[in-house]
Every structure is written in C-alpha cells, then in structure tokens.
Design a protein around this ligand. Structure first.
Ligand code: ATP
Ligand code: SF4
Ligand code: MG
Length: 369
C-alpha cells in the first residue's frame, strides 16, 4: 500500500521571537518552560588500552530549555551528544552532574506512581521504524502496548476505539490495526511509531532523527503529520536531526551542539540567518539552502580543518578552538560563557569572539572558504 497522501500542505516556519505564549509557527502556540536542563554532564567509562580505561565526556555542562508546545531543534555532528542528551531527557540515562526539572520537579527524585506518571509525559519516536516495532505484534497491539504500564489512562472498553482514533490521527486507517509492521511501508511504520508515542498523551516527544531513514518524499509526509499533531495537541518536540533544512522547517528554536556542549541556541530564524558561533556558521555554510532564502547567513562554504577531537580528551577552553579560524589565546585558556546577541536576548552563543554582522559574507578568513 502506498504511503498515505499528504493533504496537509506545508506549515512554514515564520521568523518569530522566542516569547512566551506566542504563536510561533502556523497554528502552534508555544508556552512557558516545561523541561529545563542545567549543567548536564554525562561521562562513560571506555577502554583506553588492553589494561586501562578512561572517561568519555558525552555531555559536559549542557543547558537546555524545552517550552510547552514548541519544537526545539537539536543539531550537531555525529558523536556530539545529541542522543545521549535525549536519553537523559527521557531518564534512560542518569547524568553524572547537573539538574533536570520537569514543570519544576526533579524527575530523577521520583519513585513509584509519581515516576510512572512522569514517564508518560515524555515519549520518544525512534530513528529506525523497521527496528523499533516488534514484528510479531499488530499495529493495534503496538499502539495499545504502552497502556499495559498505564492501565488507568484508557478504560479497557474504550481501547479499540482509541487505537482507531490514533491510527486516523497519523493518517492511517482504523482497519490497519490488524496488520503487522512488515505489511507497511517505512513512512507508515513511522506513523505507527508516532501513534504509539501519542498513546500516552505526552507533553513532550523526543524525535531522534525521525525521518532520516525514510525516502525524501515520505519524509515530507511524516514531518507534516508531526506538524499537524502539534497544532492539534500542543505537544512539544525535541527534534534531533543532522538535516539542517529540515530543522529550519520544523523548529521554533534551535540548539547547536559541539563535542558535548550547546554552543549556540535561540529562535531558529535568528540562528539560521545570523549565526554567532563559528561552528554554527560552518554547519550552515555546508547545508543546502532554499533558493528563495533572503538572509545574511553564510554565503560561501566554510571548510573546517582537522577532525572533531576525541571526547576522551577534549581541548581546554573552547572545545571548538582546534578547528576555529577565529581562535586566539583566550580560547585555549577560558571556557566561553553563553552571551546574548546584541539584538536578540534569547539568542545565545558561547564564544569569546562571536561573529559580527560585518564578518558575514566576504570577511571570513579566506583559508576556510
Ligand atoms: N553507552 C555508551 N558507552 C560509551 N560511549 C558512549 C555511550 N553512548 C554514547 N557514547 C559516546 O558518547 C558520544 C556521544 O554519543 P551520541 O550517541 O550521544 O552522539 P550523537 O550526537 O547522537 O551522534 P549521531 O549523530 O551519530 O547519532 C560518542 O562519542 C559516543 O561514542
Ligand atoms: S571561543 Fe574562540 S575558538 Fe571558540 S568558537 Fe569562539 S573564537 Fe572560535
Ligand atoms: Mg544519535
């Protein structure tokens, strides 16, 4: 069966300020802080040699806020810590240091029924719709499965109707409840994954590369499903992707990670059109841009030298300094703090020498263009 046609049209990302309670994208009202992470640090013990081990710094002092009803895009190169951060937000990993607050409550301090109730509120959509669904279960069983742990959420007599409703919400048919994952296309399986995440009526869904395993045409359909559901239900997304045009399309705000740290964050349009951190500028310069974009973002390709340093031995000071064309002595000795952009107090960059409007366009170091 072909993937369900996309009848929703495309919700455009408008250039909006990150203000509480504003409508940021078509039909999407965003609200106050829901999830707040401060100074999250996560290390893993990894082998160094046959005899010894060392610690890998996957997250190192991450600050992040997810607001009600918004989409927060999370971008950065492979290995920078996006999925680790997602797992901490879902409480699948406990941080070594730092705090996580959900509606002001520390979820890591919860036990028993309070913990169960919290788990319901934050759900996940996985990257691989082929691996994430049990092939022995029907779509209906897969969607109903989360209610086993939360039996009070939907009365038994109403479950079948609710499964049908969820299937229809994600653009499938009630009759699809009886079919098994292998009978669906990739896009349809991802719709089942979304319906399953919605079954517990969450306030936040962490989507870790939700469309990167799908064909381009199907990607747009699944993204539209997510956008429509957000407009209808007010659910917030943490949207992890290495595909910057997709993040630009989806996100109200964006956070850019490099080697375990958030180096720049703010309203998506501000970050995409006027990046302050050299790493963000280099990422954007490498990404395809819509031909109609009227912005002053990087117009020429910035080619970074060197490899991403090992997270077992990150550079002192600014972690990006070994690849940064603007690096000076201070970058090696002092960790840069988050500083707001002059014209955008919500737009933060951790850089001693942030990019100025006059730097964009022609004045970047020629060696990197
Ligand atoms: N359980 C683990 N044990 C050891 N190292 C880990 C573990 N989980 C993650 N890492 C390491 O932590 C770092 C961050 O990994 P993570 O999966 O969060 O990156 P990512 O940004 O999601 O990358 P990708 O874009 O490839 O998915 C990597 O160096 C990874 O090898
Ligand atoms: S702090 Fe220094 S090394 Fe780091 S991004 Fe800014 S200019 Fe580059
Ligand atoms: Mg990942």
């Amino acid at each position: 069966m072909p993937d369900t046609a996309d009848t929703a049209g495309t919700a455009q990302t408008a250039g909006t300020a990150d203000t509480v309670g504003t409508a940021d994208r078509a039909g999407t009202a965003t609200g106050g802080p829901l999830l707040q992470a401060r100074g999250l640090t996560k290390t893993f013990r990894v082998p160094r040699s046959a005899s010894g081990s060392t610690r890998l710094h996957a997250l190192d002092g991450v600050d992040l806020t997810v607001r009600r009803g918004e989409t927060l895009g999370l971008v950065g190169e492979s290995g920078c810590g996006k999925s680790t951060l997602a797992r901490v937000l879902l409480m699948l990993e406990r941080p070594d240091a730092g705090t996580l607050r959900y509606d002001g409550v520390d979820p890591f301090a919860l036990r028993g029924r309070s913990l169960l109730a919290w788990r319901r509120r934050v759900q996940m959509v996985f990257q691989d719709p082929f691996a994430s669904l049990n092939p022995r279960m029907s779509a209906g069983e897969l969607i109903a499965e989360p209610w086993r742990s939360h039996p009070d959420l939907v009365p038994r007599a109403e479950r079948e109707r609710r499964v049908h409703e969820l299937l229809e919400k994600v653009g499938l048919r009630a009759a699809d409840a009886r079919r098994h994952p292998q009978e669906f296309s990739g896009g349809q399986r991802q719709r089942i994954g979304i319906a399953r995440a919605l079954a517990l009526d969450p306030e936040v869904i962490v989507c870790d590369e939700p469309v990167s395993a799908l064909d381009l045409s199907v990607q747009a359909q699944v993204l539209n499903v997510l956008t429509e559901l957000q407009a209808e239900l007010g659910v917030a997304y943490v949207f992890i992707s290495h595909d910057l045009p997709v993040v630009r399309h989806m996100a109200d705000r964006v956070a850019v990670m490099y080697l375990g740290r958030v180096v720049e964050s703010g309203p998506a349009e501000e970050v995409f059109t006027a990046p302050r951190h050299p790493y963000t500028a280099s990422l954007l310069s490498a990404a395809p841009r819509p031909p109609t974009a009227q912005d002053d973002g990087p117009s020429r390709r910035i080619v970074l030298f060197g490899e991403v340093p090992s997270p077992t031995d990150p550079p002192s000071g600014c972690r990006f300094r070994t690849r940064c064309w603007k690096a000076e002595q201070v970058c090696a000795t002092a960790v840069p703090a988050d500083e707001p952009a002059p014209d955008g107090p919500q737009h933060l960059a951790a850089c001693h020498l942030p990019i100025q409007p006059s730097d964009r366009g022609g004045s970047r170091a020629a060696a990197h263009e």
